[in-house]
Design a protein around this ligand. Structure first.
Ligand SMILES: Cc1cc2nc3c(=O)[nH]c(=O)nc-3n(C[C@H](O)[C@H](O)[C@H](O)COP(=O)(O)O)c2cc1C
Length: 200
Protein backbone atom coordinates (compact mmCIF):
# COMPACT_ATOMS: atom_id res chain seq x y z
CA UNK A 1 0.00 0.00 0.00
CA UNK A 2 1.43 3.42 -0.91
CA UNK A 3 1.39 6.18 1.66
CA UNK A 4 -1.04 8.98 0.76
CA UNK A 5 0.53 12.38 0.19
CA UNK A 6 -0.75 14.98 2.69
CA UNK A 7 -3.39 17.25 1.18
CA UNK A 8 -2.23 20.62 -0.01
CA UNK A 9 -3.16 23.19 2.64
CA UNK A 10 -3.59 26.95 2.49
CA UNK A 11 -1.56 28.39 5.35
CA UNK A 12 -1.75 31.91 6.72
CA UNK A 13 1.58 32.52 8.47
CA UNK A 14 1.76 35.57 10.73
CA UNK A 15 5.04 36.89 12.10
CA UNK A 16 3.73 38.87 15.06
CA UNK A 17 7.08 40.44 15.98
CA UNK A 18 6.97 44.26 15.83
CA UNK A 19 10.52 44.14 14.39
CA UNK A 20 10.36 42.14 11.12
CA UNK A 21 14.15 42.05 10.54
CA UNK A 22 15.22 38.57 9.38
CA UNK A 23 17.84 38.13 12.11
CA UNK A 24 15.14 38.03 14.82
CA UNK A 25 14.30 34.50 15.96
CA UNK A 26 10.59 34.95 15.17
CA UNK A 27 11.33 36.00 11.60
CA UNK A 28 13.77 33.10 11.13
CA UNK A 29 11.18 30.63 12.49
CA UNK A 30 8.54 32.03 10.12
CA UNK A 31 10.96 31.65 7.17
CA UNK A 32 11.83 28.07 8.20
CA UNK A 33 8.14 27.15 8.56
CA UNK A 34 7.37 28.71 5.15
CA UNK A 35 10.31 26.90 3.50
CA UNK A 36 9.19 23.53 4.83
CA UNK A 37 5.57 24.12 3.86
CA UNK A 38 6.31 25.43 0.37
CA UNK A 39 8.73 22.57 -0.35
CA UNK A 40 5.99 20.12 0.63
CA UNK A 41 3.54 21.75 -1.80
CA UNK A 42 1.44 23.78 0.63
CA UNK A 43 0.40 27.33 -0.22
CA UNK A 44 1.74 29.94 2.21
CA UNK A 45 0.64 33.55 2.63
CA UNK A 46 2.95 35.40 5.03
CA UNK A 47 1.95 38.50 6.99
CA UNK A 48 4.45 40.77 8.79
CA UNK A 49 2.74 42.54 11.68
CA UNK A 50 5.76 44.85 12.07
CA UNK A 51 5.14 46.25 8.58
CA UNK A 52 1.41 46.89 9.11
CA UNK A 53 1.32 49.56 11.83
CA UNK A 54 -2.29 48.79 12.87
CA UNK A 55 -3.78 50.78 15.78
CA UNK A 56 -5.34 48.94 18.69
CA UNK A 57 -9.14 48.99 19.08
CA UNK A 58 -10.28 51.91 21.25
CA UNK A 59 -13.96 51.21 21.92
CA UNK A 60 -16.80 48.71 21.50
CA UNK A 61 -18.11 50.82 18.59
CA UNK A 62 -14.68 50.64 16.95
CA UNK A 63 -14.72 46.83 17.35
CA UNK A 64 -18.18 46.64 15.73
CA UNK A 65 -17.36 49.03 12.85
CA UNK A 66 -16.53 47.98 9.29
CA UNK A 67 -12.74 47.73 9.04
CA UNK A 68 -10.64 49.58 6.48
CA UNK A 69 -9.31 47.85 3.34
CA UNK A 70 -6.05 46.56 4.89
CA UNK A 71 -7.85 44.77 7.73
CA UNK A 72 -10.65 43.57 5.43
CA UNK A 73 -8.03 41.97 3.18
CA UNK A 74 -6.39 40.26 6.18
CA UNK A 75 -9.78 38.96 7.29
CA UNK A 76 -10.37 37.55 3.81
CA UNK A 77 -6.96 35.81 3.96
CA UNK A 78 -7.95 34.35 7.33
CA UNK A 79 -11.24 33.04 5.94
CA UNK A 80 -9.49 31.48 2.95
CA UNK A 81 -6.88 29.66 5.07
CA UNK A 82 -7.16 26.04 6.25
CA UNK A 83 -4.38 26.51 8.78
CA UNK A 84 -3.20 29.54 10.75
CA UNK A 85 0.30 29.93 12.23
CA UNK A 86 0.95 32.72 14.73
CA UNK A 87 4.55 33.43 15.80
CA UNK A 88 5.45 36.13 18.35
CA UNK A 89 7.90 36.91 21.15
CA UNK A 90 6.89 37.05 24.81
CA UNK A 91 7.11 40.67 25.97
CA UNK A 92 6.41 41.38 29.65
CA UNK A 93 4.64 38.04 29.94
CA UNK A 94 2.28 38.71 27.02
CA UNK A 95 2.13 39.22 23.23
CA UNK A 96 3.70 42.54 22.07
CA UNK A 97 1.20 45.42 21.79
CA UNK A 98 1.49 45.59 17.98
CA UNK A 99 0.56 41.91 17.68
CA UNK A 100 -2.32 42.33 20.13
CA UNK A 101 -3.54 45.24 17.97
CA UNK A 102 -3.40 42.95 14.92
CA UNK A 103 -5.55 40.36 16.73
CA UNK A 104 -8.05 43.01 17.88
CA UNK A 105 -8.37 44.39 14.35
CA UNK A 106 -8.66 41.08 12.50
CA UNK A 107 -10.61 38.87 14.93
CA UNK A 108 -13.68 41.08 15.09
CA UNK A 109 -17.34 40.26 15.48
CA UNK A 110 -18.74 38.91 12.23
CA UNK A 111 -15.40 37.34 11.25
CA UNK A 112 -14.17 35.42 14.28
CA UNK A 113 -17.17 35.64 16.63
CA UNK A 114 -20.90 36.09 16.28
CA UNK A 115 -22.02 39.59 17.23
CA UNK A 116 -23.61 39.96 20.70
CA UNK A 117 -27.25 38.81 20.65
CA UNK A 118 -26.84 37.07 17.27
CA UNK A 119 -26.34 33.55 18.66
CA UNK A 120 -26.90 31.88 22.02
CA UNK A 121 -23.69 32.70 23.86
CA UNK A 122 -20.74 33.44 21.61
CA UNK A 123 -20.34 31.40 18.45
CA UNK A 124 -16.91 30.91 16.86
CA UNK A 125 -17.13 31.53 13.11
CA UNK A 126 -13.78 30.06 12.05
CA UNK A 127 -14.38 26.37 12.73
CA UNK A 128 -12.92 23.84 10.28
CA UNK A 129 -9.47 25.40 10.59
CA UNK A 130 -6.43 24.32 12.58
CA UNK A 131 -3.78 26.52 14.16
CA UNK A 132 -0.25 26.51 15.54
CA UNK A 133 0.93 29.15 18.02
CA UNK A 134 4.68 29.56 18.43
CA UNK A 135 6.01 31.84 21.18
CA UNK A 136 9.67 32.68 21.78
CA UNK A 137 11.05 33.94 25.09
CA UNK A 138 14.10 34.84 27.14
CA UNK A 139 13.37 32.32 29.87
CA UNK A 140 13.59 28.53 29.50
CA UNK A 141 10.35 27.18 27.98
CA UNK A 142 9.95 24.74 30.91
CA UNK A 143 9.83 27.68 33.40
CA UNK A 144 7.26 29.41 31.18
CA UNK A 145 5.02 26.33 31.37
CA UNK A 146 5.57 25.32 35.00
CA UNK A 147 5.85 28.67 36.78
CA UNK A 148 3.87 30.96 34.49
CA UNK A 149 1.34 28.33 33.28
CA UNK A 150 2.10 29.42 29.69
CA UNK A 151 -0.23 32.37 30.27
CA UNK A 152 1.30 34.50 27.46
CA UNK A 153 0.46 31.67 25.04
CA UNK A 154 -2.93 30.59 26.41
CA UNK A 155 -4.29 34.12 26.12
CA UNK A 156 -3.89 33.71 22.35
CA UNK A 157 -4.58 29.99 21.86
CA UNK A 158 -7.59 29.80 24.21
CA UNK A 159 -8.61 33.46 24.45
CA UNK A 160 -8.61 34.17 20.71
CA UNK A 161 -8.34 30.99 18.61
CA UNK A 162 -10.33 28.49 20.65
CA UNK A 163 -13.30 30.82 21.07
CA UNK A 164 -13.17 31.53 17.33
CA UNK A 165 -13.64 27.80 16.59
CA UNK A 166 -10.11 26.67 15.64
CA UNK A 167 -9.43 22.96 16.29
CA UNK A 168 -6.92 21.55 16.87
CA UNK A 169 -4.71 24.30 18.24
CA UNK A 170 -1.11 23.21 18.72
CA UNK A 171 1.32 25.14 20.88
CA UNK A 172 5.11 25.51 20.81
CA UNK A 173 7.33 27.49 23.20
CA UNK A 174 10.99 28.18 22.36
CA UNK A 175 13.31 29.54 25.06
CA UNK A 176 15.78 30.68 26.19
CA UNK A 177 16.14 32.62 22.95
CA UNK A 178 19.34 34.41 23.90
CA UNK A 179 22.38 32.34 24.80
CA UNK A 180 25.64 30.97 23.68
CA UNK A 181 24.36 27.73 22.17
CA UNK A 182 23.97 28.21 18.38
CA UNK A 183 22.94 24.55 18.07
CA UNK A 184 19.72 25.21 19.97
CA UNK A 185 18.56 27.85 17.47
CA UNK A 186 19.38 25.52 14.56
CA UNK A 187 17.33 22.74 16.21
CA UNK A 188 14.35 25.08 16.60
CA UNK A 189 14.59 26.18 12.96
CA UNK A 190 14.75 22.54 11.84
CA UNK A 191 11.67 21.84 13.99
CA UNK A 192 9.81 24.78 12.40
CA UNK A 193 10.74 23.45 8.94
CA UNK A 194 9.34 20.00 9.84
CA UNK A 195 6.13 21.52 11.20
CA UNK A 196 5.77 23.52 7.99
CA UNK A 197 6.31 20.44 5.83
CA UNK A 198 3.54 18.65 7.73
CA UNK A 199 1.39 21.82 7.77
CA UNK A 200 0.60 21.41 11.46
C1 LIG B 1 10.25 44.52 25.61
C2 LIG B 1 10.67 43.10 25.89
C3 LIG B 1 10.05 42.40 26.89
C4 LIG B 1 10.40 41.06 27.15
N1 LIG B 1 9.74 40.38 28.11
C5 LIG B 1 10.04 39.07 28.32
C6 LIG B 1 9.33 38.31 29.30
O1 LIG B 1 8.40 38.79 29.96
N2 LIG B 1 9.69 37.03 29.51
C7 LIG B 1 10.70 36.44 28.80
O2 LIG B 1 10.98 35.26 29.02
N3 LIG B 1 11.37 37.13 27.84
C8 LIG B 1 11.08 38.41 27.60
N4 LIG B 1 11.75 39.11 26.62
C9 LIG B 1 12.72 38.41 25.77
C10 LIG B 1 12.10 38.08 24.42
O3 LIG B 1 10.96 37.26 24.56
C11 LIG B 1 13.11 37.39 23.50
O4 LIG B 1 14.18 38.28 23.31
C12 LIG B 1 12.47 37.05 22.16
O5 LIG B 1 11.52 36.03 22.30
C13 LIG B 1 13.53 36.58 21.17
O6 LIG B 1 12.93 36.50 19.89
P1 LIG B 1 13.32 37.55 18.75
O7 LIG B 1 14.79 37.32 18.40
O8 LIG B 1 12.42 37.21 17.59
O9 LIG B 1 13.12 38.95 19.28
C14 LIG B 1 11.43 40.45 26.38
C15 LIG B 1 12.09 41.20 25.38
C16 LIG B 1 11.72 42.50 25.14
C17 LIG B 1 12.43 43.28 24.03
Amino acid sequence: MTAQAPAKRRILLVNGHPDPRPDRLCSALASAYAEGATAAGHIVRRVEVGALDLPSIGSQADFMAEPGPVVAELQQALREADHLVLIYPLWLGAPPAAFKAFLEQVFRYGVALSAPGEAKGVKGLLSGRSARVIVTMGMPAAIFRLVFFAHGLKCVSRGVLWVSGFRPIRETAFGPAEGRDPGRRLQWLARARRLGAAAV
